[in-house]
Design a protein around this ligand. Structure first.
Ligand code: ATR
Length: 273
């Protein structure tokens, strides 16, 4: 049987094996998809062993998305552009890399009734996750994309690559900004569990807030968004399902139905508390 896996660290609680099993069930395909623990030092060797054992495709998550770029012999345009790979496909003796995060984010936003076209978007963060989101927003026709990061130079470098209508704003200067249509948290700050320090002025209520993380990691930002009276708040669980559907289609040539899987993984996450 062809084998599939998600690589990352930590990976034990990944929902991806369940998501791919649910997709496979829609087509009567038994999917051998596992979560494989690999850190930055062990990833290359672990991936090689996986390929030898019949690995045909893989997802890659924290902290390996940029390392995966280097291990690929070919890259899709979107993976090259955002410097990040979350999907690997075995083609003969080589790995081809793709990035399905951006399209996954846009599909999940659409599910929530949010079309980024014409919106004024604030993006918090300038790491790998933020890069994929930033390109997706420009592709979707955002009117303005303001990139802010704790380390300002990283935000400036990203805005430079993106070009207009992307620009940067210092984190401390965000309180002078008018209200945004959409505020997206792409920082990994929530993983530490600390309270999120809301950076916008009290009157600048955002229409919608979205955290690329889910579960506990998304709670500090979403709690701060609620306190700021944001009109809609969403975590990134739906993006996880949508990027997985895109990966599944690349591997199996068929597009799974995501609606029932969103409900399943939400129930699984809620059961974890
Ligand atoms: P990812 O792949 O999740 O994007 P990353 O590339 O390590 O991971 O990027 C993490 C992002 O979260 C960065 O924008 C980082 O800011 P710095 O560039 O200043 O490091 C941001 N980040 C991490 N912890 C943070 C915190 N406590 N407060 C604000 N931003 C934080």
């Amino acid at each position: 049987m062809n084998r599939y896996a998600v690589f990352g660290q930590p990976i034990a609680h990944s929902l991806s094996p369940r998501i791919h099993a649910a997709f496979g069930a829609q087509f009567g395909i038994a999917i051998d998809y596992r979560a494989i623990e690999a850190g930055r030092e062990t990833f290359a060797a672990t991936l090689e062993a996986f390929a030898r054992d019949g690995g045909r495709g893989a997802n890659v998550t924290l902290p390996l998305k940029e390392d995966a770029v280097v291990l690929c012999d070919a890259l899709s345009d979107r993976a090259r552009r955002c410097g990040s790979v979350n999907t690997l496909l075995r083609e003969g003796e080589r790995w081809a890399g793709d990035s399905t995060d951006g399209v996954g984010l846009l599909r999940d936003l659409a599910r929530h009734g949010i079309d980024a076209r014409g919106l004024r978007v604030l993006l918090l963060g300038a790491g790998g996750a933020a890069r994929a989101a930033a390109f997706a927003f420009l592709d979707a026709g955002a009117r303005e994309l303001v990139v802010t990061n704790r380390t300002a130079a990283r935000a400036q470098a990203l805005a430079h690559v993106l070009g207009p209508p992307a620009r940067t704003c210092a984190w401390d200067a965000l309180r002078h900004q008018a209200a945004f249509d959409l505020v997206v948290n792409a920082t990994s700050a929530g993983h530490a569990g600390d309270a999120f320090d809301w950076p916008l002025a009290a009157g600048a209520t955002p229409a919608a807030c979205y955290d690329l993380s889910y579960g506990r990691a998304a709670r500090p930002f979403l709690a701060a968004a609620r306190a700021a009276h944001a009109r809609a708040m969403h975590d990134g669980l739906g993006m996880l399902v949508e990027q997985a559907a895109e990966s599944f289609e690349r591997w199996h040539g068929v597009r799974p139905e995501t609606t029932p899987v969103h409900e399943q993984v939400r129930a699984m996450l809620d059961a974890r508390g």
